[in-house]
Structures are given as C-alpha cells and as structure tokens.
Design a protein around this ligand. Structure first.
Ligand code: F6R
Length: 261
C-alpha cells in the first residue's frame, strides 16, 4: 500500500485528479468508480478544472457508483445517483448514458445487487476506484465485520454512520436511511487501482488502523492491504496517528516522477 501525505485536502484532490487524468490519457473510456460524501469533492473539483482547461479529454469516460441508499425515492437530492450526477457527471459534461449504479428503489434488492456486480463485470471492471473512509473504518458502506470477500449486497448502517451522514439530511438522523446497497469488499478489491482519500483529524485513527493495523474485518479498509495497487492519500491531520509517517514522506519525496500514483 502506498501512503502519500499531502499538506491539505486541496492538494489531495489535485494529486488524485492528476492520476485520473493520466488514466484517461492512456485509456479514454476508463471506468471510474466514484465515492460520495464530503471527502472526494476536491478531487471532482480539480478534475473538472482539468477538463474545462483542456488538460484532459474526459468525454469518453464512464462513471459508476460505489453505493446507494435503499428506499430513497428516485430523484431524491441525497440519493447517491443524484449526488454523483450533480458532482461528477454533469460537471464533467458526460452524457447520462455513461453513468450507472445500483438501483436503490428496486423491490427485489438482492436481485439489484447481483445485477450490479454483473454490470460492473460486463463493463470490463473498474479501472480506478475512488474511496473515502468512515470514522469506523468502512469503505463503501462495508461496516465493521463485513466479510472481506463480500460482493455487492444490502448492508445496515451503524448508528455512528447515520449520525455522521445526518448533515446531508437537515441534521435529522430520522431521515437517514438504515439500509444501503454497497459494492462488497471483494468487489472493490477487483478494481485495477484503488485510491482512498482521507482528510481531517476525525479520520486519523481509522487511517492508522487501515495502514498499520492488522488485516481485520473490524476495520474494513484494512482489506486494501491485500490489493496490489492501493494508494492512500492523507492530509497531515489524517496522517497524525501514523507511526511510519516520516518513512511515507521520505518514500514519496524520493519517488521517480514517471511512476505517478
Ligand atoms: C460514500 C461512501 C462512504 C464515505 C465515508 C466518508 O459513497 O462510500 O464510505 O466515503 O462515509 O464520508 P465523508 O467523506 O463524508 O467523511
């Protein structure tokens, strides 16, 4: 696992957006897996600036969701479909047809989950998956004790995650759904490159356990230790509990530029 420590969230967004741009230059129709929440916003802002500035052509890029709330009506502004359309698909000027995700309104949720795993495979698999991390170490919505080999399925959010996400629902926890469809940890690990961004002190403990702790279902993000190409980008605050911080800084400073992320 490569750990890159950056000064702040903006720098993290820039470095990851450059990795996405590099991928699109090599593979214009790459499939990008996108997370929602607050953390990845600087990535989408930086990528949009690169596209508007003509640094990269994203017109053939394809985008897929990491997860979706179950039971929010279609078109609800906080459904992850709406969020990804608003924050990624529309700013990049992509047609709606280049974007897909699991159906959180399906009557048969299990069938919708299986269908989503099939759709990801049929699309050739995710080239680069952007992840955030929960304060409890979740990736996607694989909450603690998720199977490390899980596939896309329904999960129940922890109380902590619902509290964390209430800010998107008028600070009213009762509006936060209990259930989500999430790519499983096994599904996420199939992406060719996984890039996790974590910012702020609130993520420091989860980051330390992910990077330096044992591989454990209790910390779902620690499964990234199994991935051959996983990059963890953290700002100084989120890096503050890493024992090997100085080593990670020195390694990145000495990295040949041609290697990219
Ligand atoms: C969202 C997702 C979650 C978030 C995580 C952190 O699609 O999969 O794992 O990345 O809950 O959320 P923020 O970035 O809002 O702290």
């Amino acid at each position: 696992m490569e750990v890159v420590i950056v000064p702040d969230a903006t720098a993290g967004g820039e470095i990851i957006a450059e990795a996405v741009a590099g991928l699109l230059r090599r593979k214009p129709d790459a499939l990008l897996g996108v997370a929602t929440g607050s953390t990845p916003l600087p990535i989408y802002t930086a990528l949009t600036a690169k596209v508007s500035g003509g640094e990269v052509d994203a017109s053939r890029a394809r985008v897929c969701q990491l997860d979706e709330y179950v039971g929010l009506p279609a078109g609800h502004p906080e459904s992850y479909r709406s969020v990804v359309l608003r924050q990624v698909v529309e700013p990049l000027g992509l047609p709606g047809t280049s974007f897909f995700g699991p159906d959180g309104t399906a009557e048969d949720v299990q069938a919708a989950c299986e269908e989503y795993d099939r759709a990801l495979a049929a699309a050739g698999g995710v080239d680069l998956q952007i992840l955030g991390i929960g304060t409890d170490g979740h990736i996607g919505f694989n909450e603690p004790c998720s199977s490390l080999r899980s596939r896309t399925r329904i999960k129940t959010l922890t109380e902590q995650t619902r509290v964390d996400n209430a800010r998107f629902f008028d600070d009213d926890i009762d509006q936060v759904p209990h259930h989500v469809i999430t790519q499983g940890i096994g599904t996420i690990l199939e992406a060719r490159h996984v890039v996790l961004l974590a910012t702020g002190e609130g993520k420091a403990e989860a980051v330390a356990q992910t990077v330096e702790g044992p591989l454990a279902a209790l910390v779902p993000a620690s499964a990234l230790q199994l991935h051959p190409h996983a990059t963890v980008v953290v700002d100084e605050a989120a890096a503050s509990k890493l024992k090997l911080g100085d080593y990670f800084r020195a390694t990145y400073a000495a990295k040949p530029e041609w290697q990219g992320l």
